[in-house]
Design a protein around this ligand. Structure first.
Ligand code: HEC
Length: 146
């Protein structure tokens, strides 16, 4: 018959082992380690703020500071994004169209979708809106600059 102390020690050792193990992989195969990849929302926000906002405007209405200089202006993305069908929009982001630059060298299809989902969420009020001015923009980029 093991002493109470031995049993307590074993239970303690087991719970330590379990909590250490849980940090790496749970029995169902999922990990509780923090992912190094930022959430989709953050990726979409960062890319939008870096590359798109200037022409398309904070919420995609086509009223960015660079839009005025573009012959023909910039169309609003609002209706199409709210529609939630992203395939055709992803193609435009990848291949460009008219005065819209092609981004396939810098932004892949997944990230293009992250940008669109981010905009959709902000348009629907599920997430805070994108930066509205240069200062917010700098804050959103974490002061890294371009
Ligand atoms: C230099 C200004 C400029 C920048 C920067 C820019 N766009 Fe555009 N974008 C446009 C213009 C102009 C159009 C309209 C193109 C056309 O059909 O003539 C457009 C069209 C689009 C469309 C298609 C809209 C539709 O009605 O089908 C999407 C989606 C889009 N842009 C997303 C983005 C994203 C995402 C970024 C950043 C990665 C971005 N744009 C950066 C100017 C810009």
């Amino acid at each position: 018959m093991p002493s109470t102390r031995t049993l307590l020690g074993a239970a303690l050792a087991l719970s330590v082992a379990l909590s250490v193990g849980a940090a790496v992989a749970k029995p169902d195969g999922t990990s509780t380690m923090p992912s190094k990849r930022p959430p989709d929302y953050e990726v979409g926000k960062k890319l939008w703020t870096q590359s798109c906002w200037q022409c398309h405007g904070a919420t995609g209405k086509g009223d960015g500071p660079a839009a005025a200089a573009l012959v023909g202006g910039v169309p609003s993305l609002e209706g199409k994004i709210k529609g939630g069908k992203f395939d055709a929009l992803v193609d435009v982001i990848q291949q460009g169209r008219g005065r819209m630059p092609a981004y396939s060298e810098d932004i892949d299809e997944h990230d293009s979708r992250r940008i669109l989902q981010y905009l959709k969420d902000t348009l629907e009020g599920k997430k805070p809106p994108p930066p509205q001015n240069e200062k917010d923009k700098a804050d959103a980029e974490g002061g890294e600059g371009q």
